[in-house]
Design a protein around this ligand. Sequence first.
Ligand SMILES: C[S@@+](CC[C@H](N)C(=O)[O-])C[C@H]1O[C@@H](n2cnc3c(N)ncnc32)[C@H](O)[C@@H]1O
Length: 379
Amino acid sequence: MDANTNLLDFVGLDQKTDWKKETIINQSMFLIVLSQIENCNENFKLKLEIRKVMEIVQNPRNDDIGILNISSNGGTIKVNKQILLKNLNQIIDAQTVERAKYYLNRLKKGLTEIKTTKINDLNLNLWKEYDDILTDSLWILDKRDKSGAHSAGYWGNFIPQIPNQFLRRYTKQGEYILDPFLGSGTTLIECKRLGRNGIGVELLPEVAELANKNIANEKNEFNVKTEVINRDSTEINFKKELENRGIKSIQFLIMHPPYWDIIKFSKNKQDLSNANTIKDFLDLFGKVVDNTYDILDKDRYFALVIGDKYSQGEWIPLGFYTMNEVLKRRYSLKSIIIKNFEETKGKMNQKELWRYRALVGGFYIFKHEYIFLFKKAKK
Ligand SMILES: C[S@@+](CC[C@H](N)C(=O)[O-])C[C@H]1O[C@@H](n2cnc3c(N)ncnc32)[C@H](O)[C@@H]1O
């Protein structure tokens, strides 16, 4: 189920309605009808009435009570159709009339109040509906989201579900996101989908061009701004860049740097994948952390996505090294998420060989990477 949108979406009324996913209801009429049904003390009767409402939501032409009558007074609101139907279904499935009334009340509340926090648009009155928002520290994501402009084409890109999860949990519509290692543009594609503004910095001109093409392939339904800057994130003056664009600060930072030299992205010296030593790699990474520190709003979040590497018989914990680099700055650690590794086709064909190597070499095969979540706070 698509729970990207809140059940309520007052703001979206002036935007194009997707009739398959959304429905426009007459808020006050809907609430009156729900209250009348609530007076019903017989479980069977109550459910019969709810069924009628469901039928109208599914076939608006049969609306003989005016709950979808958007021309009358009472305020119209756009509602996520699937979530609304799910709520109605829950009432029908309730075992007792008390339980049915409990769900009915919750729906009424969801239709009248939106309880959000300072950092996202999730309606906490309907928190149970966001069943696709992850809250555990182990992420097993087995399929890459390939919908819309997303493709798996760029070697070393991350799966869109990563920025998707974070943008929904840690940003509000219209806020600004920065990705200083943009690559093929995954983060900015998600920004467009979710109605956030995004700035991405990418060192390599040909990759920045690819990102621009990919991002242009995504519809801009929320009319947000996305921009790719072809520069070096270790030396760019982010504050100035933002000022030039009339932007004061950003509200979320996401970094997916090269995993040192596992994939060599170029021969450019400023490219983190060309660092000669682990120290050089961490120094360059630290520069990007420093460079972006001032522009992130206080109490806002920073997600770092990175994996480890194996070299000359030794596990190099790039994840923990980079985590420490961030913790030397004024960030606090909020979570360490372990995310499963998608099996690349190459690795899949060599599965047996890798298993043999692991048995002989006394090591374990990489199956995970890290997402470190930090919060900007004075320590
Ligand atoms: C792991 S990839 C990011 C992939 C991206 N998340 C995506 O989904 O396509 C790292 C990117 O950082 C870029 N990069 C490396 N050093 C950089 C630097 N100093 N400044 C900006 N970008 C850099 C590389 O060219 C590469 O495209």
